[in-house]
Design a protein around this ligand. Structure first.
Ligand code: ZN
Length: 313
């Protein structure tokens, strides 16, 4: 029953103008827009976009730092009764980097290995805005993770914005982030609706593209292709931790990445990543990075080349 209270807020944001305007983040007044349409993003000379795939064990947490110093966090790691990776990995990383405020927290979906750490992050740094997948008629009831995260967001007065295909997160320093999934019109996925409604993000800077899949599965991949989405990217953050339910051959043939990143826990109980998916990647000569073997992975790009470092603290 409680969750009904959130939806008027989400709907109010959706009903508003497409541009979501300025807001206070820390001391600086910053602008961060979400809007429709896309022009080619132009990199600023000598500046870099940094994408850090944090080693949060089994789960996801990816930090985007744009050339002008904006920070977006995509997922916040898992939390269970014992610990929160939001508290033990994500917040310490942000503090080491001197980041006290995010420009946005993006939750690809509500599974606890992605959104579990969000309430700790919301309580630990300034989060003006939280982007969540826009789902029409819900196929699954709100999870405990969703309820706790929304309660934390309410407490800290975080603005909620629901995102779907066709929307663009435009950062005014040449980085453009397109939302490829969930579908703009409500769609009933046959399997794993929660995973298949993951926010999928195509991050563009200059000539380079990085595709973040959340836990989107084959059904969502094929639906994006059917809907004419162009997912071509240099780096594929592999869907659903390398599970065999994602990263279909058709999807890989459309993305054609040169490198892949798998965020996965050591000796995890799910058998991720799947041998079948690894074979698909290796057969296409795609360089594979894994957080269980390579630790925290940093990719930086000036819009032309991409540099990768692993085992970062
Ligand atoms: Zn997951």
């Amino acid at each position: 029953m409680r969750r009904r209270r959130w939806w008027p807020l989400v709907l109010a944001v959706l009903a508003g103008p497409a541009i979501v305007g300025g807001y206070q983040a820390g001391k600086a007044w910053r602008r961060f827009e979400t809007q429709r349409g896309s022009a080619e993003p132009r990199p600023l000379a000598g500046q870099t976009l940094a994408v850090t795939f944090l080693d949060v064990g089994q789960g996801d947490a990816t930090v985007l730092q744009t050339p002008s110093g904006r920070t977006l966090l995509v997922d916040a790691g898992r939390a269970d009764e014992q610990s929160s990776r939001g508290r033990t990995v994500v917040l310490p990383y942000l503090r080491r980097k001197g980041i006290n405020a995010l420009d946005a927290l993006i939750l690809t979906h509500w599974d606890q290995d992605h959104a579990g750490g969000a309430d700790a992050v919301i309580g630990g740094v300034a989060v003006p805005k939280m982007l969540i997948p826009r789902i029409g008629k819900r196929q699954e009831p709100a999870s405990l993770t969703e309820k706790q995260t929304m309660a934390a967001a309410r407490r800290e007065r975080v603005r909620i914005v629901a995102m779907a295909r066709g929307q663009t997160i435009r950062v005014d320093d040449g980085v453009e982030i397109s939302v490829l999934n969930p579908p703009a019109r409500p769609h009933r996925f046959r399997r794993s609706p929660d995973n298949n409604c993951s926010i999928v993000l195509l991050v563009r800077y200059g000539d380079r593209r990085i595709l973040l899949m959340g836990d989107a599965e084959e059904e969502a991949e094929l639906m994006m292709l059917r809907n004419g989405v162009n997912p071509r990217a240099d780096v594929l953050k592999v869907g659903h931790h390398g599970s065999g339910s994602s990263t279909s051959r058709r999807w890989l043939d459309a993305v054609r990445p040169t490198a892949a990143v798998i965020s996965v826990g050591r000796r995890n109980a799910f058998g991720h990543p799947s041998r079948v998916v690894l074979d698909r990647l290796y057969r296409r000569r795609i360089r594979v990075y894994r957080t269980d073997r390579d630790g925290t992975i940093l990719m930086t790009t000036d819009g032309r080349s991409i540099r990768t470092r692993s085992h970062l603290r």
